[in-house]
Design a protein around this ligand. Structure first.
Ligand code: RIB
Length: 349
């Protein structure tokens, strides 16, 4: 007689849980019912151990086309993400798919709950710009292992095997710092974003590479900050400019962070660019209208949205994870007025 397949009831009995708890965990509704992480892990582990395919939902995803894609972004108020989200939505609509957008508020807990909600809504696949605060991508790998089509956007996890579309942030960080170094700056403050986010790690690496190329020693005291927000830019700028030997330039790793740094300069009466130069990261719709217009490193948000949408839909329609899993787009320096060229000799009278 064929060995009885493990049933949901068996699983529940083994774990000492109700069938409804087990079912809710396996159908991605644990967050909705405030089931603890500990219980979720125990249920998934037992299901995996007994070959009780937890990915029955994933099988449903493969069989049942909802023509809906889940899109998770960490901060809808940040124009980088809203620009990319708009491009994803337009691209998806052109291919006959609709989007369910989740704003995760730079919170990994909300990211996990949002993913469970999207799976419960039986989306065909997900595009995730991860929060990446802890650097842990286990919850995303679990989806990949459950054969859920998932593609990362912007922030990613090197070597994890999770397909992704991002910018060449090392080059972007290098170009931003090199621009300041070519303009004669030698003490350059670096206002960083989420330390574990790969976009931040890569920008910092590019900044350090440019310093090294110009023979400028890296000073860790000049690296300040903990997220990509406006408040972080403001607070970090005050910290750096309050140093006994303050930097002559600030490299800020986000557009909204650069606005915060500019606000700090106005508050303490530091003139931009005469007394402090500022370069941001990400184009900002009004950067050219700011006083002074903001120099920045722009990412190709429209192309990024198109590429990540294409990568996922190709996967959905072929049923196979794409061979070419990673797309890296070039950034470009947009020089404006917020950087002073210290190297330029004043025009003789
Ligand atoms: O502004 C948010 C930043 O975080 C962007 O530069 C984007 O690359 C993301 O990583």
């Amino acid at each position: 007689m064929q060995k009885n397949k493990m049933t949901m009831k068996d699983l529940a009995q083994e774990l000492g849980l109700s069938i409804s708890v087990v079912s809710r965990v396996l159908s991605g509704k644990a967050g909705q019912y405030r089931i603890s992480d500990k219980t979720r892990v125990a249920v998934r582990a037992a299901a995996k151990r007994h070959g009780f395919t937890p990915n029955q939902l994933a099988r449903g995803l493969r069989l049942r086309k909802s023509h809906t894609i889940g899109l998770l972004i960490p901060d809808i108020s940040n124009n980088f993400f809203s620009d990319v989200a708009r491009s994803v939505e337009i691209s998806a609509r052109h291919r006959g798919y609709s989007i369910i957008l989740c704003n995760t508020e730079e919170s990994e807990a909300i990211e996990r709950t949002s993913l469970e909600l999207l799976l419960a809504r039986k989306v065909d696949g997900v595009i995730v710009a991860p929060v990446a605060e802890s650097g842990d991508c286990g919850h995303l790998l679990a989806l990949l292992n459950d054969n859920v089509p998932i593609v990362l956007l912007d922030r990613f996890f090197p070597g994890a095997g999770l397909p992704h579309v991002t910018s060449d942030n090392v080059r972007g960080g290098y170009d931003g710092a090199q621009h300041l170094l070519k303009c004669g700056h030698r003490r350059i403050g670096f206002i960083q974003g989420i330390p574990n986010a790969q976009t931040n790690i890569d920008r910092l690496a590019g900044y350090r590479a440019a310093l090294q190329e110009f023979g400028v020693e890296f000073d860790p005291q000049l690296v300040v900050g903990h997220d990509f927000g406006e408040q972080n830019g403001h607070h970090s700028a005050l910290t750096l400019l309050g140093q006994s030997h303050p930097p002559t330039a600030l490299f800020v790793t986000s557009s909204v962070g650069a606005l915060g740094a500019m606000r700090a300069c106005v508050e303490i009466g530091r003139k931009i660019p005469d007394e402090v130069s500022i370069i941001g990261f990400d184009e900002y719709p009004y950067a050219a209208l700011l006083s002074p217009p903001l120099t920045t490193i722009a990412q190709q948000t429209t192309l990024m949205g198109q590429a990540v949408c294409d990568l996922l839909i190709t996967w959905l329609e072929s049923g196979e994870i794409p061979e070419r899993r990673d797309v890296v787009l070039p950034t470009n320096l947009v020089p404006r007025v917020s950087v002073k060229n210290l190297a330029a000799q004043p025009l003789s009278a």
